[in-house]
Design a protein around this ligand. Structure first.
Ligand code: F6R
Length: 364
């Protein structure tokens, strides 16, 4: 039931403060500012490497997870697209484990990757939304996302719930490996507890984003740029836009701009830059200057400090509240989902059932 919403996708975008809250609470003890002692199929302290594999949006959640787990827990993470992982016959390192991410729990390539790791004797964890799925059944431990059923083909709330689980796992790994102390653990858990409230605030930007979507719907090509965890978000923004609006979009690491995509820049291809005011903000500003100097139109998604310190003229600036670093990907996911959603609504596509796509990809 869509309730008062026009599409399931819209409803599912708006459910995020609540489902992210439920999901985080499953893994984090907010009252004591600690990560919970949920069961793990391996000991994070003894791992030398974690293999993560998934498809589509779930893969992009995993890519954010890599940045977090490596940053907070100093544990090397190998991340692959499942259709590549299953055939590339990689050498498996000793003392490693595997983690799979899937909303449906039925994706053929992800399942095949899981079975490959099983045959190699790796302990297996899975982040899944559908508890009674094949991937859940074949894993040693399931880390559920409590997103509830996701009906819209384009994944939204499952993505932010996957991020929530990955953030909790990163904190758990960091505690186990001694790379954060009790005070830092408490700080990270407190910061994560702010995610639902901040997500709720970001949803109030919907009408500004809807107006902007009217402009965006006039273009044929869009480029998304970001650094660090905003690089996977840039790819997620592009994926969302292309799958529901059919506008050609690409997501790039901002630093890659001058290695090729800058050749595409002109007034006909807007560039969406995802750049909170973080330690590498200045680097992204210089990428925006390169875009502006070539007549490119910029849509900047940033916070108040970023908006004040960016020296570049933009077509629009979406100002998101200040957020702690660890929850930034969860919060910045919302404006890019809303932008794709409203753009598709203006174009008039079938938002919940885009052409050629299936919700669950059970064949290769
Ligand atoms: C994008 C999207 C797909 C899925 C992918 C994996 O919006 O929905 O890219 O993320 O097909 O599906 P699951 O998570 O079910 O394995």
């Amino acid at each position: 039931d869509k309730g008062n919403y026009r599409h399931f996708m819209e409803k599912e975008i708006y459910e995020q403060p609540e489902v992210v809250s439920h999901t985080l609470a499953n893994y984090l003890d907010f009252a004591n500012s600690k990560v919970k002692e949920f069961s793990l199929p391996f000991d994070f302290a003894k791992l030398d490497r974690l293999y993560v594999s998934a498809c589509g949006t779930a893969y992009l959640a995993g890519l954010v997870g890599k940045y977090w787990i490596e940053r907070y827990a100093r544990l090397p993470v190998d991340i692959d697209i499942a259709s590549e992982f299953r055939y590339r016959e990689l050498p498996i390192t000793k003392n490693s484990a595997a983690l799979f991410i899937s909303q449906s729990g039925e994706t053929a390539d992800t399942l095949a990757s899981l079975r490959y790791c099983r045959s190699e004797g790796l302990p297996i964890g899975a982040i899944v939304n559908v508890r009674e799925s094949t991937i859940a059944r074949e894993s040693d431990a399931v880390f559920p996302t409590l997103a509830g059923p996701e009906i819209g083909v384009a994944s939204t709330k499952a993505f932010t719930c996957q991020l929530s689980v990955l953030a909790a796992l990163a904190v758990r790994a960091a505690v186990a490996r001694g790379t954060v102390d009790a005070a830092q653990e408490a700080q990270l858990v407190r910061e994560l507890s702010e995610a639902p409230g901040l997500a709720h605030q970001v949803l109030k930007l919907a009408s500004q984003i809807e107006r902007l979507a009217r402009d965006l719907s006039q273009y044929k090509h869009v480029l998304y740029l970001g650094r660090d965890t905003n690089f996977p978000l840039a790819m997620e923004g592009a994926l969302k836009l292309k799958e529901i609006s059919y506008i050609h979009a690409e997501g790039y690491a901002a630093g890659e701009l001058k290695h090729g995509p800058i050749a595409l820049i002109d007034e006909k291809m807007p560039v969406i830059v995802i750049a909170p005011h973080d330690r590498i903000f200045e680097k992204t500003v210089s990428n925006m200057q390169e875009v502006a100097a070539r007549g490119g139109k910029i849509i900047l998604i940033t916070d108040a400090k970023g908006a004040a310190e960016s020296t570049v003229d933009t077509l629009a600036t979406i100002v998101v509240p200040d957020v702690p670093e660890i929850i930034s990907p969860i919060i910045y996911a919302l404006p890019i989902q809303l932008l794709a959603y409203y753009t598709a609504v203006f174009i008039g596509t079938d938002v919940d059932q885009p052409r050629n796509l299936a919700k669950s990809v059970t064949v290769e």
